[in-house]
Design a protein around this ligand. Structure first.
Ligand code: SF4
Length: 387
């Protein structure tokens, strides 16, 4: 872009990892490690074939300094462009034509207020505690607008830290950890090669809560398949109830080539649960949750993304959404599922939206068998586009 070219900014860049949680969509991304040190979960293809690497504290600090330089350049550009120093306005302009991905990330972060940072990749807690404390302190000194610092962690790694180390990280500024619990049922965890048992998850989760670090636990709906869905739901509810995390975030199993689980689906050893079975599983999970967590269905793969609320007081409201879906006729449920997977519907109320409905009704025959029944494989193929 013309404005960027007249400035130093386009010469700045830093390394970015591949993912962050949906709740960190507007966060500054700081890659503190590369890839996954476990890399064996059967339902995950993200880092397969990529070697895990630690980065030196000095390399990470250098990327923080670069972020500061980009931020300062954007401030200066805002003055030069006549925005009266409005960084937000300049960030908005840069988002339209960013010189590179790193500048896009900084502009997005500044546009959203410049307060949140997510430390990438999959298990930042594997860094030495002293090094991670140094990084977080340096981050907050160099970018003083930062209020929240979050990261992914594995339960096994949490369990290798003492409570005192977690408290030290919290005091340095680590606000939240996102942990993939996935299931609280040991046979599912073992089958999926998660590398942690329910007891590991519970010990780790309780330790994070005790340290004062906010905790998000992630659950994969459908991970028990057709065979273990009931046990998966019940044991997951039990584990979460014991941990009592700040957030429970659910996403739906989606199997794609590149995941070890893909071959097991293809050869018939893992039977995927259908959308409707997964909704029944989610109902059982919510019914048995006995904790004070905030439940969020913030992933595009979830059929009923509108299920959200504070436990225990919103439990009935959340279950009512499931009952409303289950009370629809089979034709209406199929219509909703296709509309959701096409990205036309967001919530059940959208079934009453004439415009959305017409789009779905036109597409519907492509997702039906000759008998008029829903074609599960074709609907599922739509869902795979989302991950
Ligand atoms: S620990 Fe996380 S990133 Fe690593 S393989 Fe498992 S799901 Fe994937």
């Amino acid at each position: 872009m013309a404005i960027a070219k007249e400035n130093q900014i386009e010469s700045y860049s830093f390394e970015l990892g591949p993912i962050r949680p949906p709740s960190e969509a507007y966060s500054l991304l700081l890659r503190t490690t590369r890839n996954c040190p476990w890399n064996r979960c059967k339902f995950c293809s993200l880092y397969k074939g990529a070697k895990f690497e630690l980065k030196s504290v000095e390399d990470i600090k250098q990327e923080i300094r670069t972020t500061r330089l980009i931020q300062d350049e954007i401030k200066e550009m805002a003055w030069k462009a006549g925005y009266g120093g409005s960084v937000r306005e300049m960030a908005r302009v840069l988002l339209g034509d960013p010189p590179n991905e790193a500048i896009f990330n900084v502009a997005l972060w500044l546009y959203a207020g410049g307060e949140n940072v997510f430390l990438q990749d999959s298990n930042t807690l594997i860094m030495k505690t002293s090094g991670l404390v140094e990084v977080i302190r340096f981050l907050k000194q160099t970018l003083p607008s930062i209020k929240r610092v979050t990261s992914y962690a594995r339960s096994k790694t949490v369990n290798k830290k003492t409570l005192e180390e977690l408290v030290a990280l919290h005091q340095a500024g680590l606000s939240r950890l996102h942990i993939g619990l996935e299931s609280g049922y040991d046979p599912v965890l073992e089958y999926m090669d998660k590398g942690a048992t329910a007891a590991d998850h519970i010990t780790a989760g309780k330790k994070v809560v005790a340290s004062g670090i906010s905790l998000s636990e992630y659950v994969i709906l459908g991970l028990g398949g057709k065979k273990m869905w009931r046990e998966h739901a019940m044991a997951t509810a039990e584990a979460l109830s014991q941990i009592n995390p700040d957030f429970i975030r659910v996403r739906t199993l989606t199997v794609k080539p590149g995941m070890p689980l893909y071959d097991e689906v293809e050869n018939g050893s893992f039977l995927r649960a259908s959308d409707e079975e997964i909704i029944e599983e989610e109902k059982l999970l919510i019914e048995h949750l006995d904790c004070h967590s905030y439940y969020v269905s913030d992933h595009i793969t979830n059929l009923l993304q509108e299920i959200e609320g504070q436990l225990p007081q919103d439990k009935e409201k959340m279950l009512a959404t499931i009952q409303r879906f289950q009370a629809l006729s089979p034709e209406e449920r199929a219509n909703f599922r296709v509309g959701r997977r096409l990205g036309v519907y967001n919530r059940l109320d959208d079934l009453q939206n004439g415009h959305c409905r017409r789009i779905v009704e036109q597409a519907l025959p492509k997702f039906q068998k000759d008998s008029g029944e829903a074609d599960e494989e074709k609907i599922y193929a739509l869902m795979k586009r989302f991950i």
